[in-house]
Design a binder for this molecule. Structure first.
Ligand code: SF4
Ligand code: SF4
Length: 473
């Protein structure tokens, strides 16, 4: 066992309101400069829809991520011998408007119009796409470009009565098996030993863009001004000081959680090469991610030089709880085999769906069954568990059971207490689990959502990181 530690993230999609505050604050801090206008290190997508860049999930189009060839992991770009980074039309031409025409136009019959001008070419440009092009548009033609549904399903979910919508915020996943890193011929991309953050060394990068093509999440961007590639840096200067990333700090819905995960580096390639993608998801949580309470893991972690305060933080990590203990958070598209370290709690909402008649509004059951939820389980499974509906169903049952349990505590409704008991039992949760999940999901404070130890290489003199002081049993 080769233990490593990584700062990882969970996003609880039940609470994302699609406000884009995360994207805007990230842009203000990191990409508010020439050459980076079209870069959204954090973006929020309305789903179903094509995402940003357009149809990034379609690996037949882009050849990103890993494939298996003769049981071995091979980059799809190499296997297909085809290198396809998205073009500007798949993102958008950053543009401004020709405002001058509004002031200089002489009297005419028509009002003057300020046309969009490309900031790259300075030519007029016809804007046809953007980072939130189908924002809040459910059931429109954009659904037809979503690769997570079959053609028949797409036809169904454009019908008004079946329409559904959810938000998907995305950043670089700081993967354990990053295809961006593997594709770089200059070895400019590296994964930091101490916290797992994946970075591009700007002095080594020559702008070949193999990383852009190879990342299946399209989270490396080419800076047209500097001629180099850039990506989300997980706000490493903040994380090193024990602070959450800007997107997490400013998140209006408080959907983001950050904490330490211990993992076994010896298992990474073996699990990434698991032939059955559905098994890969389970093996990722069970075999790659480690239990920080296990004495063998603690011994191996200490031997690997992981400080005790990091091991203690791994025990308090909300990410560990949600991903490994409760199994309610999953990686995005695990079938790309990069082993992402950003995880998602699938959304339940809307909870109230069942009315006896539309306008009498007599609620028959305020808590529906998981199978009655508006967002199809298969759709969520195609995004988060390589199509394994059982895993998503189990997670949603747990989330729903906690809500029923909390409602039973506060509402005097006949039969609700029994219902709560049955729901917890079916979800495999104890009352103590439900209390803890409620605390973390609903009312968690800053220090519960972000358990980030300071960087051992840079903050050795800070009192909170004195070696050995934390005292592990
Ligand atoms: S999400 Fe893409 S850019 Fe980020 S580490 Fe994974 S492969 Fe690399
Ligand atoms: S700030 Fe939070 S709630 Fe708003 S879009 Fe971003 S992740 Fe969602």
């Amino acid at each position: 066992m080769r233990v490593r530690a990584q700062i990882a993230m969970v996003m609880n999609l039940d609470k994302c309101i699609g406000c884009h505050t995360c994207s805007v604050t990230c842009k203000n801090v990191w990409t508010n400069r020439q050459g980076a206008e079209y870069m959204w290190w954090n973006n929020v997508e309305t789903r179903p829809g094509p995402g940003y860049p357009r149809q990034w999930e379609n690996q037949d189009k882009y050849n990103g991520g890993w494939a298996l060839s003769g049981g071995k992991l091979v980059l799809r770009v190499e296997l297909k011998k085809s290198y396809k980074p998205p073009g500007l039309d798949d993102y958008y031409h950053p543009w401004t408007y020709d405002y001058e025409v509004l002031f200089s136009e002489t009297q005419a019959e028509q009002q003057p119009v300020a046309r969009p001008i490309s900031l790259v070419t300075n030519e007029p440009v016809d804007v046809k796409y953007g980072p939130n092009w189908n924002d809040d548009l459910a059931g429109t033609e954009y659904i037809l470009e979503d690769v997570n549904m079959s053609e028949t399903e797409r036809a169904v979910y454009t019908q008004f009565k079946d329409v559904f919508m959810m938000y998907l915020p995305r950043i670089c996943n700081h993967c354990l098996n990053p295809s961006c890193l593997a594709a770089c011929p200059r070895k400019a991309i590296y994964k930091r030993e101490e916290d797992g953050i994946v970075l591009v060394d700007q002095t080594r990068c020559r702008g070949y863009r193999y990383c852009v093509a190879a990342c299946p999440y399209k989270k490396v961007y080419y800076n047209w001004k500097t001629g180099k590639s850039e990506k989300c840096i997980f706000c490493y200067p903040r994380v090193e000081a024990g602070q959450p990333t800007v997107c997490s700090l400013t998140c209006v819905g408080k959907i983001r959680y950050m904490g330490v995960l211990l993992y076994d580096a010896d298992k990474v390639l073996d699990v990434a090469a698991e032939p059955d993608p559905k098994r890969l998801v389970r093996r990722f949580a069970d075999e790659v991610l480690l239990d920080p309470y296990d004495p063998n893991v603690v011994a191996a972690a200490r031997e690997a030089g992981i400080p005790d305060d990091w091991i203690a933080a791994a025990r308090r990590s909300p990410v560990y709880k949600m991903v490994k203990v409760w199994k309610v958070a999953f990686p995005l598209h695990p079938e790309f085999r990069t082993l992402p370290m950003v995880f998602y709690v699938p959304p339940l909402s809307p909870v109230v769906t069942t009315y006896e008649n539309a306008y009498g509004a007599k609620i028959t059951d305020i808590m529906p069954k998981v199978s009655e939820l508006r967002i199809p389980i298969q759709y969520l499974a195609n995004m988060f568990t390589a199509g394994d509906t059982a895993l998503v169903e189990q997670a949603l049952k747990k989330l729903l059971a906690v809500r029923i349990y909390e409602r039973a505590k506060n509402v005097a409704e006949p039969g609700l207490a029994e219902k709560a008991k049955a729901a917890l039992q079916e979800a495999g949760l104890s009352e103590a689990d439900a209390e803890e999940m409620y605390r973390l999901f609903a009312i968690a404070r800053f220090e519960d959502r972000f358990v980030i130890p300071t960087n051992p290489k840079r903050y050795t003199n800070q009192p909170q990181v004195q070696r050995g002081v934390v005292g592990l049993p």
